[in-house]
Design a protein around this ligand. Sequence first.
Ligand SMILES: NC(=O)c1ccc[n+]([C@@H]2O[C@H](COP(=O)([O-])OP(=O)(O)OC[C@H]3O[C@@H](n4cnc5c(N)ncnc54)[C@H](OP(=O)(O)O)[C@@H]3O)[C@@H](O)[C@H]2O)c1
Length: 281
Amino acid sequence: MFQAVAYVSRGLFRSYAGLSVRMNSTGIDQKGVLANRVAVVTGATDGIGFAIARRLARDGAHVVVSSRKQHNVDRAVAALQGEGLSVTGTVCHVGKAEDRERLVATVLEHYGGLDFLVCNAAVNPLVRSTLQASEEVWDKILDVNVKSPALLLSQLLPHMENRGMGAVILVSSIAAYIPHVELGPYNVSKTALLGLTRTLSLELAPKGIRVNCLVPGIIKTNFSKVLHMNEVFWNNFKEKYRLQRLGQPEDCAGLVSFLCSPDACYINGENIVVAGFSPQL
Ligand SMILES: NC(=O)c1ccc[n+]([C@@H]2O[C@H](COP(=O)([O-])OP(=O)(O)OC[C@H]3O[C@@H](n4cnc5c(N)ncnc54)[C@H](OP(=O)(O)O)[C@@H]3O)[C@@H](O)[C@H]2O)c1
């Protein structure tokens, strides 16, 4: 086995050197900055999740994609394998405990463990204000968007530890910083993820696992059609923040690969905006 990971200190913030080629138990010799690392991406069959899965695989990782619908998983796996990438997949509705267990079992069956978890899946069943949301809607949004990343991570954590470098990326939204009045509980759920990132980053630092957060702006996907296809909203937004174009899923993928890579080994607990502008000081 070609072991190219050099640890110069224990715990978080290790340094890594010469990570471009590394073989794992599959025996497939991947190349790239994430060579032979194992990544799990939720909500990975379309939009931002799909672009992230593709980028991680292009950078050398073995990637497990998942989403709620089998036909979407089959389509995504076929497309990525068709590009020669090392990808497998399974159905996982992140809000369902039995589906999360199936995802864990798939990871263990194929790779015996994992290095990176990208919690990208989210829902927004309501396009109205916070106070008009029913308890059912609140439960669904908080279950899928906020609780499921923590629950899935707790199930996968034993299989992420002691592998050298672990990274978790949560996916929040610009709505956490600039709430859209018609997306009430969704805004709140995405703000909660900023706090979850901070909390988990402290909890997992002693285990050598970093936790950071991707905060996308408005990115061209089905999910955001309600915003970017609303001419009045989009033109105002573009003008206010001096945007030159709509974001593309690929605009988010490079950051996630970087956050998983050795170059990010001293970056932990950050919420990083990919929006074409900055909503923060
Ligand atoms: N697009 C934007 O402008 C934007 C902006 C800020 C933040 N975000 C965030 O980025 C993430 C991805 O959004 P997107 O725009 O890429 O969405 P998208 O294009 O609609 O893709 C959503 C993906 O998630 C899967 N999915 C939906 N619900 C799921 C669930 N409960 N469990 C597992 N998988 C599920 C879908 O497949 P199935 O239908 O097969 O489940 C699909 O693969 C979300 O967290 C969203 O909040 C997006």
